[in-house]
Write a protein that binds this ligand. Structure first.
Ligand SMILES: Nc1ncnc2c1ncn2[C@@H]1O[C@H](COP(=O)(O)OP(=O)(O)OP(=O)(O)O)[C@@H](O)[C@H]1O
Ligand SMILES: [Mg+2]
Length: 237
């Protein structure tokens, strides 16, 4: 199996405020991998460091054998890596269509149309809302729009930061199910989730972050069945 992402000893944070204390993890081709952990332990910071939004001090990000540690966001996107942040992941004052267009800047109109059509196959809800402002969407629809926009660049590796946060249980199931569909279509997925049980149930493997580093890594089924982990992280027992 080929390695999509290898993270080696990454430390980082915001200026002089260190948050990540040496993150090691990997994602293989075709996997769905979930990162869980308590609030404030650095999960979002980890993805932000990869995307150059927070600072990396040491360590490397290797994507498909290439060191992309210092790459700019646009170059990472061109390479097939897409990222949906935890907050502010749509432009509320733009329409759904305009938001999707933002995912394909510099794309020819023909390619853009094809990509939007493809995204709408996964999220048909967007088709019906094209000329509505993103501000008018429900929480679940906004997440669908954010993921749809990330799909416009035709990624092979998708990073999602809490796509089901603050959604109703029905929407949570729905979104995770569709993320799993994307994986079945060949997109490798790394997902940060508070709804750990839901996400781990679809995942190959999981990582538990504590204090800015990986405290535990295991196959998803092991994490789901471990009573200690259940007690701390999965809201069971
Ligand atoms: N822009 C910033 N500048 C300084 N510190 C920040 C910044 N953003 C986040 N932090 C701090 O970094 C730490 C880790 O935050 P982060 O958002 O990575 O946690 P998280 O694991 O994603 O938490 P949550 O589960 O709440 O999303 C927190 O102490 C947070 O206050
Ligand atoms: Mg977060």
């Amino acid at each position: 199996m080929s390695r999509v992402l290898d993270v080696n000893g990454v430390t980082g944070g915001y200026g002089s405020v260190q948050i990540l204390n040496g993150v090691d993890l990997y994602v293989d081709e075709g996997e769905l991998v979930t990162v869980i952990g308590p609030n404030g332990c650095g999960k979002s910071t980890f993805m932000k460091v990869l995307f150059g939004i927070a600072d990396r001090y040491e360590g490397t990000f290797i994507h498909r054998g290439v060191d992309v540690s210092s790459w700019r966001t646009d170059k990472l996107v061109k390479r097939g890596i897409a990222y949906v942040p935890q907050v502010d992941n749509v432009f509320p004052s733009l329409t759904v269509y305009e938001n999707l267009q933002m995912g394909g800047l510099n794309m020819s109109s023909g390619v853009l149309k094809k990509r939007i059509d493809q995204a709408c196959e996964m999220f048909p809800e967007m088709q019906l809302r094209m000329s509505d402002l993103a501000a008018s969407l429900s929480g679940g629809e906004r997440q669908m729009l954010a993921i749809s926009r990330a799909l416009i660049s035709d990624p092979t590796f998708l990073l999602l930061d809490e796509p089901t946060a603050a959604l109703s249980p029905k929407y949570q199931q729905d979104i995770i199910g569709r993320i799993n569909e994307l994986r079945k279509q060949g997109i490798t997925v790394l997902i940060i989730e508070q709804n750990a049980k839901l996400s781990l149930a679809r995942s190959d493997r999981g990582y538990i972050f504590v204090g800015g580093k990986v405290a535990h890594a295991a196959p998803a089924t092991d994490l789901l069945n471990d009573p200690d982990i259940g007690a701390y992280f999965l809201g069971t027992r």
